[in-house]
Write a protein that binds this ligand. Structure first.
Ligand SMILES: Cc1cc2nc3c(=O)[nH]c(=O)nc-3n(C[C@H](O)[C@H](O)[C@H](O)COP(=O)(O)OP(=O)(O)OC[C@H]3O[C@@H](n4cnc5c(N)ncnc54)[C@H](O)[C@@H]3O)c2cc1C
Length: 426
């Protein structure tokens, strides 16, 4: 039986960026929300996050954009370079991008974004409970129930599973397994004075793309800190070994890459690394009154930098359907039509996230090519006009609330369509 006296409208399992942001959105829609998290404290591990206009637009709607702007950095450009020779391939002018989409592209420390949602939850009266490990989800008449390892249960009109990549609810609703990409990420956030001699940009996001590896750099915390991410394919993972992604592989993966990367590598954290798993897109996230959200629904490879953003969009979209119902109701005492709201959520979010997950996988392949394919890719990227937004229209515009609002994907340019002059392979 439940240990809690008053029953909330919504139970959310998982207090990551997905769970907490959903709690903020749904509380602002007038609901009573309880969040249960397995960890003893609410927090985030890791370093930086990039957040595009499709996220900052929602942060503004939630009244959190000024706080996030004060904590993060409004970067000026997104620059893509060849990791082998350091030459520039293409760039986005993020000032112009902000003018186009109406909201900024930013970078922020993960714990600062998570902390912003945590403080908002506290201000709004969301119930936040730690040390609660969910072990099962089930539907009950008029709602759903989550059962925890200590035997207590939580019931509400809906239960949202925001319990991450290894979600228990995902196992129940979809029944698939995480997919191992054989790539691993190293992170490292340091004080800015540690990198000032390293030919880095303190105003831009710079992504170096190379054969089976890439390296990302950007400033954090108002420019006081600097974040680096090193990602590579692990030969030991490809060979099927258990002990993969180790620091010796990090050093080997970037041998021969440009001097900016060589200078950055010694600053990476070497005591932990993130093996990169995603899942195949799932087109149904709802079972009765149980709904998947965030990485539980759509864990991505991070090449599109949209994982946390998709999680924030999920809760916001669900809340917008609740708000729309409130606006239309004639009987003030009527509750939420959860079956309708969840159907609307399930109609729009899985397809959007399928596009992001699939594009992320293809984007990763494109970043990591070598030989003639690298030359063809570089040619396409160098030919792109800085102010051509045809590749970003589908992602940075307003988040779709219905399938009809989802914009079309961009037209793919096949690498093979690029005919290089004879002898141009460097
Ligand atoms: C290297 C790297 C770079 C990235 N860069 C970006 C980026 O630039 N921009 C971006 O938008 N995204 C980025 N992402 C993706 C992003 O970090 C994730 O998609 C996002 O944080 C997922 O949030 P979530 O809340 O859904 O899941 P999680 O953060 O995994 O949270 C799940 C929560 O559920 C809890 N939990 C798990 N199991 C249980 C249980 N049994 N019972 C109770 N609680 C449980 C966990 O403790 C955790 O707090 C990146 C990811 C990586 C690895």
């Amino acid at each position: 039986m439940s240990t809690n006296v008053t029953k909330p409208d919504v139970v959310i399992v998982g207090g990551g960026i997905g769970g907490l942001s959903a709690a903020v959105s749904l509380t602002k829609a007038g609901l009573k929300v309880r969040v249960l998290e397995v960890a003893p404290e609410f927090g985030e591990v890791g370093a930086g996050l990039q957040i595009g206009p499709n996220c900052t637009r929602i942060l503004d709607d939630l009244g959190l954009l000024d706080e996030v702007k004060a904590l993060g950095v409004l970067v000026k450009n997104m620059v893509m370079k060849d990791a082998a020779d350091g030459s520039e391939l293409t760039r986005l002018d993020l000032g112009d991008l902000e003018k186009k989409y109406g909201y900024p592209y930013m970078v922020i420390h993960r714990s600062d974004l998570h902390g912003t949602f945590l403080r908002a939850c506290q201000r709004l009266g969301v119930e936040l409970i730690n040390n609660q490990k969910v072990v099962a989800y089930e539907n009950v008449p008029g709602g759903a129930r989550a059962t925890f390892a200590d035997g207590h249960v939580e019931e509400a009109e809906i239960v949202i599973a925001a319990d991450g990549l290894h979600s228990i609810a995902r196992e129940q609703i979809v029944g698939d397994q995480p997919v191992n990409s054989a790539y691993v990420a190293y992170r490292g956030a340091v004080m800015i004075d540690k990198v000032r001699e390293n030919d880095v940009s303190e105003t831009d996001v710079v992504v170096y793309i190379g054969p089976k590896c890439h390296f990302v750099q950007y400033p954090l915390r108002g420019g006081e800190m600097f974040n680096q991410v090193a990602v590579f394919e692990s030969p030991k993972a490809v060979a099927g070994l258990e002990d993969w992604g180790t620091p010796d592989e990090l050093d080997t993966a970037f041998e021969g890459m440009c001097t900016q990367i060589q200078k950055g590598l010694p600053l990476m954290w070497r005591d932990r690394w993130w093996r990169m798993f995603d899942r195949d897109p799932a087109m149904n996230w709802v079972d009765g009154r149980i709904a998947l959200l965030g990485d539980a629904a759509h864990p991505p490879l991070q090449y599109m930098a949209q994982g946390a953003i998709m999680a924030i969009e999920d809760g916001w979209v669900l809340s917008q359907h609740v708000i729309a119902q409130h606006a239309q109701r004639t009987d003030e005492s009527a509750g939420v039509d959860w079956d309708g709201a969840l159907a609307a959520y399930n109609a729009v979010r899985p397809e959007h996230c399928r596009r992001v997950l699939s594009t992320g996988r293809k984007w990763g392949q494109l970043w990591h090519v070598d030989g003639i394919k690298r030359e063809q890719r570089n040619h396409i990227l160098r030919s792109r006009d800085t102010y051509d937004y045809s590749f970003t229209e589908w992602i940075y515009g307003p988040t779709a609330l219905t399938p009809e609002q989802e914009p079309p994907l961009y037209a793919v340019i096949p690498l093979d369509s690029v005919k290089l002059p004879e002898g141009s392979l460097s």
